[in-house]
Design a protein around this ligand. Structure first.
Ligand code: ADP
Length: 170
């Protein structure tokens, strides 16, 4: 299986013309701030409607941390949104396994959909406060080992600090 091309982009996840954009969602699946808010604003009401359906059927208790589930991408250029929940960073406990899982499960769902190109944000580095350098190491390390068969896996970094952290790890 070929290795994917790993790329870094400084910009807005919602503008990416890829098969799958990964959303750094929260367990409720019903929207939040940060990248989640941007996806719901740009993607329109179809995405939240699909999330409500999930809450009424397969995910009545929401989406557990480290797992992933797909919906339509609504009006986004992408074909699907894969929602995942990263862990909140904690000094008292090592939750990096859950951050690995969020990336791995997102790729698993994307693969099931037949996606060839996937764009990730820097999961957990916003309100969940994961340090950027460590998040970049975990994210890139995981997609390197779990990304076989994809054409391109792209990280879309919003700020200069995030971009530099991922660039240093690549
Ligand atoms: P989390 O709750 O997982 O920390 P956030 O959405 O708060 O998720 O932040 C994750 C990362 O996404 C942060 O680095 C934030 O700067 C970045 N971000 C916010 N909006 C966008 C966007 N439109 N495109 C790409 N990245 C974004």
């Amino acid at each position: 299986m070929p290795k994917p091309k790993l790329t870094l982009v400084r910009g807005d996840l919602t503008e990416q013309d890829v098969d799958v954009v990964v959303n750094a969602a929260n367990s409720s699946l019903l929207g939040g701030g940060g990248v989640d808010g941007a996806i719901h604003r740009r993607g329109g009401p179809e995405i939240v409607a699909a999330c409500r359906d999930l809450r009424a059927t397969s995910h009545v208790d929401g989406l557990p941390t480290g797992q992933a589930v797909a919906t339509t991408a609504g009006r986004l250029p992408a074909r699907w949104v894969v929602h995942t929940v990263g862990p909140v960073h904690a000094k008292s406990e090592d939750r990096s396994g859950l951050l690995v899982s969020a990336h791995r499960e997102s790729l698993r769902v994307a693969r099931e959909l037949g996606a060839r190109t996937v764009a990730f944000p820097a999961i957990s580095t916003g309100v969940y406060r994961w340090p950027l350098a460590d998040a970049a190491r975990i994210a890139l390390g995981t997609v390197r080992t779990e990304g076989e068969g994809f054409e391109e896996i792209r990280f879309v970094l919003f700020g200069d600090d995030a971009y530099r952290a991922f660039e240093a790890e690549l």
